[in-house]
Design a protein around this ligand. Structure first.
Ligand code: DC
Length: 271
């Protein structure tokens, strides 16, 4: 198997990430920059190009669910950039590499084959061929992902890969820095937020955590939030041109509908 591939369509790519949209046509993602330029040149009518949609925001704001639903509705691909930081954190745990050792983490990242497969329920994540989708949602990995993501060199590596994945358009990419760093020219940028208590409750419900562990888990979430917002490299912040959506009092349906309206506006504006 090549180091990385969107098999049939991009067998030549080297980046280390494979995409396959189950049950649908292959997404318009590309894996090396010269190939990307050729693909974009081929698109003679820019209004036909599918959009790049960036959804950023803190944990528990509902990004993954919304991105997945939106992508399905638009027939786009949803990519959870956080899953890549999670995969690296898991690798660091397995290899006993410190979350503080930037150089060792970068080497680990370069040696890893992280595969994101968009599925109906979110991304299936493979690390060197092994399905780690469930393991990377556990608490030690969540903590590790937030810690490995503070390092500028790790971020640089991740951002380059994420750009390669989304540059062809037709993508809903969610994370913390998609609108500010990965795709500063994204067609639509959403900053999805909710008040902290609501976000904590959603996360606890999602993980089915109750009782005494709920408070310690909520405390960990607050600490990760603080770290993501205050780190020196690409802190979590809304892009100046992002549409800020506060989902505290909105249902999932309402959020998806609102973003769809914004997508329609962007598409209409290009005609
Ligand atoms: O979205 P998530 O909870 O799976 O992200 C896990 C961690 O990864 C999060 O604490 C911060 C980091 N992250 C990041 O720094 N930049 C991104 N684009 C996505 C995630």
């Amino acid at each position: 198997m090549p180091a990385c591939a969107i098999f049939a369509r991009f067998p030549c790519c080297k980046a280390g990430i494979r995409l396959r949209q189950l049950g649908k046509r292959l997404p318009a993602c590309v894996y090396n920059s010269s190939f990307a330029k050729i693909q974009i040149k081929k698109m003679t009518n820019p209004s036909e190009r599918k959009l790049i949609i960036a959804i950023d925001g803190p944990a528990g704001a509902g990004k993954s669910t919304i991105a997945s639903r939106l992508a399905r509705k638009l027939d786009y691909v949803n990519l959870e950039s956080g899953a890549m930081y999670r995969a690296l954190a898991l690798r660091a745990i397995d290899w006993d590499v410190s979350f503080d050792d930037e150089e060792a983490l970068l080497k680990l990242a370069r040696d890893s084959r992280i595969v994101l497969e968009p599925t109906i329920g979110g991304n299936r994540v493979l690390l060197n061929g092994k399905d780690i989708s469930a393991r990377i949602r556990e608490r030690d990995v969540s903590e590790g992902a937030s810690r490995v993501s503070v390092h500028p060199k790790v971020r640089e590596w991740m951002v380059a890969k994420q750009r390669e994945m989304g540059i062809g358009g037709g993508v809903v990419m969610e994370g913390r820095d998609i609108g500010t760093k990965v795709f500063p020219d994204a067609d639509l940028k959403i900053f999805l937020d909710a008040d902290p208590v609501t976000r904590e409750q959603r996360r606890l419900d999602q993980q089915k955590v109750k009782g005494p562990s709920a408070e310690s888990m909520a405390a960990e979430l607050r600490e990760r939030d603080r770290r993501d917002r205050t780190r020196a490299a690409s802190p979590l912040v809304a892009a100046a041109d992002a549409v800020v959506l506060d989902s505290t009092h909105m249902s999932e349906d309402e959020v998806v509908q609102r973003i769809e309206e914004l997508v329609e506006q962007r598409v209409a504006a290009r005609r």
